[in-house]
Design a protein around this ligand. Structure first.
Ligand SMILES: Nc1nc2c(c(=O)[nH]1)N[C@H]1C(S)=C(S)[C@@H](COP(=O)(O)O)O[C@H]1N2
Ligand SMILES: [Mo]
Length: 392
């Protein structure tokens, strides 16, 4: 894989994109399968399949950030779910699709068809998928030192009910050799996008009940932009682990090193003597208003979201006076661990320029910190942010 295509949140090279879209245009993915078994085709030259209205998404090109203020329910519908692609969305044919499970720690390498997976016991998990770089823009905005990659604020997250088969059930059918190390990154999940984005997780994480190969999102087939026909769901871990368009899994007896663990998705910079390979996300909260919103004076109900990779949210505090006083927000159900909770609080808005700051705590005792170490690729920014709001 070329370095250029693996830069954190960087765009795929223009050349590679032209090749990929030419393949779509030439009908390379077409087949004689019944229409029902096919994903909708992305018009040639388009990066994505779904509509991306500017009222719902902030446009970062390949990457599309959800405007959290447009969300109404607990789960994020596919129409509103952020998109983080390393290259354009591939349009896969379900009939031709296969999942290969192989590697030197696998007893019986084998291939699964989609129907084989549907015959296995099904499991549903409600959790977030959140980009490791969610909040990256704040390194530049509040630390004065821009980190490389898409300058997200806090909309690179969505929560869905994912349904599929536990990854462990599939690994069990292929047989994982005894004595395979459990806590190193040796279970590689690979996508069928043109640059074959892949990332290894540990066997321990792979065998957790809630780690899924998901074929449904909020009760519907996973949409093309979100990984049709199958994506990995690795609750609590950074977004890259939730590989879309899964086509191959490799289990080895040793660490699997790929660009997503050696080059990107690592913490590095002046404050990191050695690179730290990312696994788990960090606790965060967000106000569901446009950045720089304008509100009318008078009583308002502020609302937002809070989420943690480890537990349920136990507290959200809100300051409307630049951090001097904090008040607890009401937490609304559902409040699912590794998904999120919605919160709201009343605010008597007086005319002028304000900032609203929110700070989440989870039931494991984790709280958003007062500071975070800068890192070159801008991961893990979770300091409470002063969200600007103008009252007129
Ligand atoms: N095959 C593949 N899987 C992928 C990616 C990708 O580019 N290709 N992007 C990853 C990243 S960095 C994130 S944050 C999530 C985003 O998932 P979404 O686009 O469904 O929101 O998918 C992950 N899985
Ligand atoms: Mo990501």
């Amino acid at each position: 894989m070329e370095d250029k295509e693996q830069t954190p949140d960087g765009d795929v090279s223009r050349r590679k994109f032209l090749v990929a879209s030419a393949a779509v245009a030439a009908g390379v993915v077409a087949s004689s399968r019944p229409a029902l078994a096919q994903a909708p085709a992305a018009p040639a030259g388009k990066l994505h399949v779904k509509a991306l209205p500017r009222e719902i998404f902030i446009d970062h090109g390949l990457n599309q950030e959800t405007r959290l203020e447009t969300l109404r329910g607990y789960v994020t519908p596919a129409s509103h779910f952020f998109v983080r692609n390393h290259t354009n969305t591939p349009v896969l044919d379900l009939g031709a699709w296969r999942l290969r499970v192989e590697g030197n720690a696998i007893e019986r390498p084998r291939e699964f068809r989609f129907d084989d997976l549907l015959r296995l016991p099904s499991r549903s998990v409600t959790c977030f998928v959140e980009c490791a770089g969610n909040g990256r823009g704040f390194f530049g905005e509040f630390m004065g030192k821009v980190a490389s990659g898409t300058q997200w604020r806090l909309g690179a997250i969505g929560v869905a009910e994912w349904t599929g088969v536990p990854l462990g059930a599939v690994l069990e059918l292929a047989g994982v050799k005894r004595d395979t190390p459990r806590d190193i990154l040796n279970v590689l999940v690979e996508g069928l996008d043109s640059v074959k984005v892949n990332r290894p997780i540990s066997l321990t994480k792979a065998l957790e009940d809630d780690t899924l190969l998901a074929y449904a999102m909020n009760g519907e087939p996973v949409a093309p932009d979100h990984g049709f026909p199958l994506r990995a769901i690795v609750p609590g871990w950074v977004g890259i682990n939730n590989i879309k368009w899964v086509g191959r899994i490799e289990v080895r007896d040793s660490v699997i090193e790929v660009p997503t663990t050696t080059r990107s998705y690592v913490l590095e910079g002046p404050d990191y003597p050695s690179k730290v390979v990312l696994r788990q996300q960090v606790i965060k909260s967000a106000l569901a208003l446009p950045w720089g919103a304008t509100l009318p004076a008078g009583p308002q109900r502020l609302r937002g979201f809070a989420w943690s990779p480890a537990g349920r949210i136990s507290k959200v505090e809100v300051s409307t006076d630049r951090g001097t006083n904090w008040r607890p927000a009401a937490l609304r159900e559902p409040n699912v661990a590794r998904a999120w909770t919605r919160w709201d609080i009343e605010w008597d808005a007086r005319p002028g320029e304000h900032v609203i700051i929110t700070r989440a705590t989870d039931d494991q005792g984790a709280t958003q910190p007062a500071s975070v170490k800068w890192n070159a690729q801008g991961y893990g920014y979770n300091v409470p942010v002063p969200h600007p709001v103008k009252v007129v």
